[in-house]
Design a protein around this ligand. Sequence first.
Ligand code: PLP
Length: 376
Amino acid sequence: MIYLDNAATTKTIDSAAQKMLYYACQDYYNPSAGYAPALEVKKAIDSAKKYVASALNADESEIIFTSCATESNNTAFECGIKNKKGNVVISAMEHASVYESAMRLKSKGTDVRIAPLTKSGTVDIEKFRSLVDNNTAFVSVIHASNETGAINDIKTLRNIVKQISPNAVFHSDGVQAFCKTSTDLHNLDVDLYSISAHKIGGFKGVGILYVKKGLNIPAFIVGGGQQDSRRSGTENVGGIVSLAEAIKEYKLAATETKVSELRDYAINQFRTLDWAKINGLESANTGYVLSVSFQGLRGEVIAHMVEEKGIIIGLGSACSTHVKTNRVLAAMGLNKSFIDGSIRISFSPYNTLAEVEFATKEIIEAAKRLREVMNG
Ligand code: PLP
């Protein structure tokens, strides 16, 4: 099987899985307990936290482990807004976990403003600026798109917000950016940042919320007071330790396999079809996601056709396949005949060029066959 849906999730890296097994079956003690073996478990969490913090150029005190990036994003919205009367700005390219959090605030009366995108799939900076005012309380802009891989200029957007509304809190969803582009958080200078382990070879059910030093946000999940009462619940020890291991291994693999070269190969193949459009390429891009639209075709039919050949690709965000249209591609100005014909190919450093060669050949053949059928 050739797996090219890595933006949805990744295969857990073997050595990370071994760490999980170890903390499940050997050192399984509750890290909050007082006996010596439990203290060793607590130390393992602390050292994982140290590693994760250094990978983000952050301080250990700025890292909170969560159960997933969806929780991190929900926490940011539920607890990160200090001035509850102010307005909220998000972008039109947010993941459902940010978008729905914003919609929940809107349903309770908050003025939620949505910044439009350029055709290249990043936030339109001038239009974004016009939405921010001195009553803006909270802003959330995704760092890299899960639909196209397009990278937003987070530092510029953050500076615009702080100039106009110095007390506003700036959050960014970094799930598709971490380990794929620079996520030096002290340089980006954001207040809150979300990460998910399972997009980079870690386990599902493990996330991070970075909270900048000095920003004291109330806990979203209260209870036993774990993690200095900032996020209660017994820590997912294996998940946390294996995340640190996954980061190390994934980054190493990324130095050996240049993922953007895999993507560029695929792009050159798709460019031979004048009825195929590649989305989000004109902007900076992680190189890990490739969105292609075959005009007049149906993406899900192509995906089913290639699945029969053992190739797994995506259609858009896997978290929202129940949603009828692709909100992000629509915001980029694509019309329905392109949106319906969209597929998402997403890579990992564990993919090979041979896999991508075979997959692109099969995808193109499937699209050509479907086009013939549709054109009678
Ligand atoms: N944000 C983005 C950009 C994502 O791609 C995803 C996963 O699809 C999430 C958030 C949610 O991550 P998790 O599955 O850890 O809740």
